[in-house]
Design a protein around this ligand. Sequence first.
Ligand code: NAP
Length: 331
Amino acid sequence: MKLQRLGSTDLRVSAMGVGMAALGRPGYINIGHGDDLERNYHVADMERRAHNVLDAAWNRGVRYFDAARSYGRAEAFLGSWLRDRGDLADTVVIGSKWGYTYKADWQVAAHAHEVKDHSLPVLRRQWAESLATLGRRPDLYQIHSATLESGVLENTPVLGELARIKGDGVVIGLSVSGPRQREVIERALSLKVDGIGLFDCVQATWNLLERSAEPALALAAGKGVGVIVKEGLANGRLTERNISPEFEPKLASLNRIARRLETSVDALALAAVLARPWAGVVLSGAACVEHLASNLTAVETVLDDAAVSALEELTELPETYWQIRSKLAWN
Ligand SMILES: NC(=O)c1ccc[n+]([C@@H]2O[C@H](COP(=O)([O-])OP(=O)(O)OC[C@H]3O[C@@H](n4cnc5c(N)ncnc54)[C@H](OP(=O)(O)O)[C@@H]3O)[C@@H](O)[C@H]2O)c1
C-alpha cells in the first residue's frame, strides 16, 4: 500500500489502517464480535489473536494502527507487538485516545463498559498510562469522542495540556461520533491555542449509511487536517452478517453491485470510503485475519458511475443511523 502524508503532518500513513476497538476486550458492539473471538477470552489467546491480525495487516502494507485507553488491553497488545517485532516498530504510525476509562472488568456484559470524563486529571493520568503501556509515545493522541456538551473544546486547562503535548512533537487530534459530528468538527477546526490551531487530525464516522459529516471532513482536509475514517462498515451492518429483515433490500443491492464488480460487500463499502478525496486513512475494524484480508481488497476495488449512484440510495437519516447504533448489543 502506498504511503501518504496524513494531512499536513509529517506522519506517513497507509490508505487503510487497523482499529483495535474489537481486538482489545471481550465485549464490543460490532455484529458477531463474540463469534469472532470464539468466546475465548483468555488474555494470552486474545493477545495472540491481536498479534496475528496486526502481523497480517503489516504484511499487507498497513502502517497506521488505532487504539484507545478504553479498548481494554488494546494498547498493551499493541505495545507487546511493537516490542516483539523489534525494528518494525519504527515503520508504523500509532494513534491512541484519551477521555474514556475502561470499566468492563474483562466481561462481555457489564453495567458500564466505558466511563467518559474529559477533564484535565483524566488527560494527565491517561497520557502517562498510554506512554507506559505502549512503551513509546503515540504519534497521534486524540480526544475520544469529543462533543459540544462535554465542554472539552472550551476547557482551557485541557487545551493547554494538549498544546504542551503537541509541543513535544505529538500530533493532536479528536474523534467524533453521533448526529452532530459535523458541528463538532467545525468547532474544532476554528479552535486555536495561543494563536495556533490545535488539531491536526480528525477521526469521524463516514459510511454508506451515514454521510452527514462529509462537508466538515472536506473542509478539514482542505485546511491540511488529516482525516481518519472509522466505522466504514457501520459496525458490521454493511457486511453479509447483517441479517436484519429491514436491511434485506439494501443488502441485496450491495450484493448485486459487489458481484458485478467482482468484489465482496465489505470491500465495496470500504472502497466507497477510500474514494472520498478527503479520506486520509480508512480503518478496518476486523477482529479476524480473514475479514481483514477481505477488507483490505478495498484498495483494489474501483467503483463505476452506476455503482456510485446506486450506493447513494442506501443513506439513512443521521438520527436513524445513530439510534440503530446505540441499540447494537454488546457481545
Ligand atoms: N469514537 C471513536 O473514536 C471510535 C468509535 C468507533 C470506532 N473507532 C475506531 O474505528 C475502528 C473501526 O471501527 P469498527 O470496528 O466499528 O469498524 P467497522 O469496519 O465499521 O466494522 C467492523 C465489523 O465489520 C465486520 N466485518 C468486516 N469484514 C467482514 C466480512 N468480510 N464479513 C463479515 N463481517 C465483517 C467485523 O467483523 P470481524 O470482527 O469478524 O472482523 C466487525 O464486526 C475501531 O477499531 C476504532 O479504532 C473509534
